[in-house]
Design a protein around this ligand. Structure first.
Ligand code: TMP
Ligand code: ZN
Length: 412
């Protein structure tokens, strides 16, 4: 039998073998592998642990699960909530004006249903999407956004150049953390970008993970957890230069990066300030990671003890939002269906399935009022504001929300 995963014993950014493990979340099921009722137990588990590269500060998972397994039953869904549509519309506007993309080629890697490319095309850019999920590529093509159903690679970049020419802008939002071969990505960018071309990307930010104890965002699809220092190293290795970064609030704290050819774009104050901040935090040292690992254990114990206290009092608890990160949280905290009765979620394909590992049923959001659990644990805490706002009736009837992180607390 072929191995289902491989151990990543080299740094994905600099190739170093000096990897230091600072966090283990045990063996965990795949966070998006929702289970059909009746499927024999147990759900397959894989090691979930983080290492830091002692040479370049890259943080990465210890293993890479084979993509065929990771994405086998993966029902790709457009995450185009109204707040995300607004986020991408604003991003399209910023790219159009800053890089004068009218009449130039703009390529997006992981272009989803075309949510970002549509406004860019409307503003006069020639756009091309690259999207590995067949259903999403089909939706985008049907809506008139040319989209190739493929994984981005150096060879694909060369094909794009032959057929479409070089690109002024290449975008990749929430894609880099999923890519195992980052060197192939940077080589591909090098081939695809024109002389003044810019790569714009959004990635979750390591500093946010550490600061806000967002350990639940660690799961097998997220291979890398980037700092600016590591990103600079990554691009420099292929002759590219990170020249601007800005922090964004989406997905629990992201970074927007701008990368070009050396000397073509001035280094911004935002980059300098963020680098100084990382140096103040001593991100090259072990201390911030040890402190994070300590806070993860505190967070787990606090959530377990809150849930168990409430259960002892006979209170009923549901989960709110069957997000992938919720599955890391529940599995690591050892919470299952005797603690959490059900998880409500608005996504039709998740309803009727069971959460991986914990086997907690996923049900429609209407259950919150139909069953009126005493507490709703916000597994999708990044949407807390929207969820609390739309559940005023649940709260009016006495329901309370629990925020799991950075330390579990019942919301006022
Ligand atoms: P995401 O943050 O990874 O996109 O996951 C959010 C999950 O929460 C997703 O499965 C949809 C669900 N959700 C609800 O059920 N109700 C809501 O109001 C919102 C905003 C999200
Ligand atoms: Zn490294």
């Amino acid at each position: 039998m072929r191995e289902t995963y491989r151990v990543a014993d080299r740094c994905r950014v600099c190739g170093s073998a000096h990897l230091w493990q600072f966090l283990s979340l045990g063996d965990s099921p795949l966070a998006n592998a929702f289970v059909r009722p009746g499927t024999p137990t147990p759900d397959p588990r894989y090691p979930l642990a983080l290492v830091k590269c002692e040479d370049c500060t890259q943080v990465q998972l210890t293993v890479v699960v084979r993509p065929e397994i990771l994405f086998r039953d993966y029902a790709y869904a457009s995450s185009a909530s109204s707040s995300m549509i607004e986020h991408f519309r604003a991003m399209a506007g910023a790219i159009t004006s800053r890089y004068a993309t009218r009449g130039t080629l703009v390529v997006e890697i992981g272009s989803n249903d075309g949510v970002l490319l549509r406004p860019l095309a409307a503003a006069g850019a020639r756009v091309l999407g690259v999207e590995p999920a067949e259903n999403l590529a089909a939706v985008a093509n049907a809506a008139g956004v040319e989209t190739w159903n493929a994984f981005f690679s150096l060879s694909l970049a060369r094909r794009i150049v032959v057929e479409k020419g070089q690109a002024r802008v290449v975008v990749a939002n929430n894609v880099m953390a999923h890519i195992d071969d980052l060197d192939d990505l940077t080589q591909g960018l090098n081939a695809l970008l024109d002389g003044d071309g810019v790569f714009v990307a959004e990635v979750p930010y390591l500093v946010e993970l550490l600061d806000r104890v967002e350990f639940d965002t660690v799961y097998h699809e997220h291979l890398s957890y980037f700092s600016i220092s590591a990103l600079r190293t990554l691009f420099a290795r292929r002759g590219l230069e990170l020249f601007d970064v800005k922090r964004e609030t989406v997905h629990g704290g992201s970074l927007r990066l701008h990368v070009g050819r050396p000397g073509r774009h001035p280094l911004t104050a935002g980059l300098t300030a963020t680098l100084e901040d990382e140096s103040r935090r001593e991100m090259h040292d072990r201390v911030p990671y040890q402190e994070f690992a300590r806070r993860v254990v505190v967070a787990r114990d606090a959530l377990r003890s809150l849930v168990h206290t409430l259960r002892t009092q006979g209170k009923r608890i549901a989960g709110y939002g069957a997000a992938a990160k919720g599955n890391t949280l529940l599995n690591y905290c050892g919470l299952a269906s005797d603690d959490i009765e059900f998880i409500v979620d608005s996504t039709p394909y998740k309803q009727g399935l069971l959460a991986p590992g914990t086997r907690i049923p996923v049900v429609p959001e209407s259950w919150i009022l139909d069953r009126q659990p005493d507490y709703a644990l916000l597994l999708a805490w990044n949407h807390a504001e929207a969820i609390v706002r739309k559940n005023a009736e649940y709260v009016r009837r006495g329901g309370r929300f629990i925020l799991p992180l950075p330390v579990a607390r019942v919301m006022d």
